[in-house]
Write a new protein. Structure first.
Length: 162
């Protein structure tokens, strides 16, 4: 079993699509640990605010098979197969960390660069796994969040009724 962290986001009916995504992930991976949910501005394009969260799970799937399964879940919940990176999403699921793997594996960048770049990934990850250490930066997620300029990407806690 490999411990992994996934980032989930939605800016199209997030109260609908995030719980659906979590249910499908639980069916695929088993028990999940789920971070608080945060609302933040769309990054890279004009659009409705995103709701984001991070989940921790374990898997026996390799990175490539996991990525395919995640895309299948996204497509089942309205993500167009040709969606551009900076566009609205009903459901977006990204592999953030897969064990301690580093590099590009089966087309997936590990650890995902957004961990260090975006508050909507780093803050929930720091709350879910504060003492875990980023495999490249060498600092805990608590330390990384403490050093992050949170005013650059303001977040607001929101409630996701599960």
């Amino acid at each position: 079993m490999t411990r992994l962290f996934l980032g989930l986001g939605s800016n199209i009916e997030p109260q609908r699509y995030l719980p659906l995504g979590l249910a499908e992930l639980e069916a695929l991976l088993g028990p999940l640990r789920v971070s608080p949910v945060y609302e933040g501005a769309a990054i890279g394009f004009q659009g409705e605010p995103f709701w984001n969260l991070v989940v921790e799970a374990n898997t026996t799937l390799d990175v490539g098979d996991l990525q395919k399964a995640l895309r299948t879940i996204e497509y089942a919940h309205g993500r167009p197969e040709n969606a551009s990176r900076c566009s609205p999403r009903s459901l977006d699921i990204d592999i953030l960390l897969y064990g301690d793997l580093c590099g590009v594996i089966d087309g997936v960048e590990l650890p995902r660069g957004e961990i260090l770049d975006n508050a909507f990934v780093l803050r929930p990850l720091a709350e879910l796994a504060p003492e875990d250490v980023h495999p490249v930066a060498g600092l805990s997620y608590r330390e990384l969040w403490a050093a992050y300029d949170a005013s650059s990407q303001p977040l607001r806690a929101v409630s996701l009724d599960l």
